[in-house]
Write a protein that binds this ligand. Structure first.
Ligand code: UN1
Length: 516
């Protein structure tokens, strides 16, 4: 089965050839109704081998896309919201039918194992279902007026063309969180996907087009614009774009947020995380091992929500770290196409180099690597970057622990009392997701209280990753403050009008003002 010296050697299967990978991508693209790989200007790569699969044709340019979206908006905003919901219902149906095909492209393009790739498409289906219901619930309040014969109410109206910038790590789900809401809210979508994941975007777009076909709709409700950072920057600066929802690094978000704010546009930013789990004295050891391993090693440590810091009570540190080290050492690292694999590749060789640099910095700051960090399969896939997830015991929360390194490194720290744990937890600049493992009700509640975790997501007895779509998703501080997905995140995609209606024959002024 390919295990050598205790290390998973090739995930139990031989590595596919470049032709097999390309054929697999073409088959999945065709099943979704998208064009096959050609010799276009945008390269599509696979982290499975590091090879270029083929080229992708140029798409519409950014400025034309905005012109078209502006025209689409003029019509779409007046389509009744439940009819807009019907489009999203049909999109969800397409995704159900083509779940495996789209998941295969996600695996080929970003290296997710099959189960996680299928989970990503399921997340798209879930948000479509949510948005269909939402299309009949875009509700505003009626408010008691202080004046006789007056009614005060609010309405939610479509906002305008919505730019969705997505990262490689959730190449399609994050588009769907935004697009499903934007569409039912009455906004056309322009999608600037990661340069590392053009195929999944084009396949998703093809499914969208099939959902739209057969309905009498304005054209250009979803457009894909492929290109680099300059293409993204031009779109972000375009005053006709009402809302920019951007997922990516904090440095990227700083530029996007400033550019959009400078033109009084609206932005939803989902940026870096540095997510932690506090392991309290009473923590259930089984939940800790399973929860921490999935949260730290899942998606090869490349989720915004990946667990990056473990804050363990001193009384539990030896036992917890020993058990986690054993679990990490036995994780099957290899091709994500193999059923047995739990840790697929890093997205690029550069990610591997960044991880190694962070590990040596951690060691220079007093850390000691307990497990992992070493490269795998370099002989079979020299252009790919397979690595065993690492645990590094740190003497304290040093500078490197404050950084988000987008790779599977779990820094372990110890604490003595609860307040110290929360202080360590909140000390970092990021504020996305957090968790505590405890069976002590008071600790759990204190962690979720105003003086507890300062993150947008605070979980008890599960890790920080793997959120459901029903809740609002996003975080505070340098994570950017945006909220996407469930709950009332839809309000970010609409503009509110407050209406005062006078149904009396008099004209009383508010606040008792007399005027002539
Ligand atoms: C991301 O990494 O950008 O909560 C999104 C999770 C997933 C989404 C992650 N549902 O881990």
């Amino acid at each position: 089965m390919g295990r050598e010296g205790g290390w998973w050697h090739d995930g139990g299967v031989s590595f596919p050839t470049a032709t097999e990978l390309r054929n697999s991508a073409d088959a999945a693209l065709a099943a979704c109704g998208a064009a096959p790989l050609a010799d276009g200007p945008h390269p599509a790569r696979t982290p499975i081998t590091g090879a270029v699969l083929g080229g992708v044709a140029a798409t519409v340019d950014g400025s034309t896309a905005v012109t078209r979206a502006t025209a689409a908006f003029a019509a779409w905003r007046t389509v009744p919201a439940p009819v807009r919901g019907e489009l999203v219902r049909r999109l969800g149906a397409q995704l159900r039918t083509h779940k495996a095909d789209l998941a295969r492209l996600v695996t080929l393009e970003v290296g997710k194992i099959e189960s996680e790739a299928l989970g990503e498409v399921q997340e798209m289906i879930d948000i479509c279902d949510f948005a269909v219901g939402l299309s009949r619930q875009l509700q505003g309040f009626t408010i008691a007026s202080e004046r006789p014969g007056h009614r005060l109410m609010e309405q939610w109206h479509p906002l305008g063309p919505t730019l969705v910038i997505t990262a490689f790590n959730f190449p399609v789900a994050v588009w769907s969180w935004n697009a499903a809401l934007a569409l039912v809210c009455g906004n056309p979508v322009i999608w600037k996907p990661s340069e590392l994941a053009p195929l999944s975007a084009l396949a998703t777009h093809a499914l969208f087009e099939q959902a739209a076909a057969g309905m009498d709709l304005p054209a250009d409700l979803n457009q894909v614009v492929l290109g680099d950072g300059a293409v993204g920057a031009q779109l972000v600066a375009d005053e006709r774009v009402s809302l920019v929802s951007a997922t990516g690094s904090t440095p990227m978000g700083r530029k996007v947020g400033a550019a959009v704010a400078a033109r009084f546009g609206r932005s939803i930013l989902e940026l870096g995380g540095n997510n932690a789990a506090i392991i309290a004295p009473s923590a259930d050891p089984e939940l800790v091992v399973r929860g921490v391993t999935f949260a730290a090693a899942g998606t090869a440590g490349q989720r915004c929500t990946t667990l990056r810091r473990l804050i363990v009570h001193r009384s539990r540190a030896d036992e917890v770290l020993a058990r986690l080290s054993t679990a990490f050492a036995s994780l099957p690292v290899g091709s994500p196409l193999a059923k047995e694999t739990l840790v697929g590749p890093l997205i690029t060789r550069k990610s591997y180099d960044t991880m190694q640099a962070a590990l040596s910095t951690a060691v220079s700051q007093g850390g000691s690597v307990l497990v992992g960090g070493d490269r795998h399969l370099a002989d079979i896939a020299p252009d790919a970057a397979y690595v065993r997830p690492a645990i590094v015991a740190m003497p304290g929360q040093t500078a490197i622990v404050h950084d988000e390194t987008f790779a599977p490194i779990l820094y372990a720290l110890t604490y003595d009392d609860f307040d110290e744990a929360v202080a360590l937890h909140n000390e970092v600049p990021q504020g996305l997701a957090s968790s505590i493992f405890t069976t002590d009700l008071r600790e759990a509640e204190r962690f979720m209280s105003p003086a507890g975790s300062d993150c947008g997501i605070a979980n008890v007895n599960i890790g920080p990753s793997g959120a459901e779509i029903g809740g609002a998703f996003g975080g505070e501080k340098t994570t950017g403050g945006g909220r996407e997905s469930g709950s009332d995140a839809w309000k970010g995609y609409m503009r509110r009008t407050t209406n005062t209606v006078n149904y009396s024959n008099a004209l009383p002024l508010a606040q008792g003002v007399e005027y002539g």
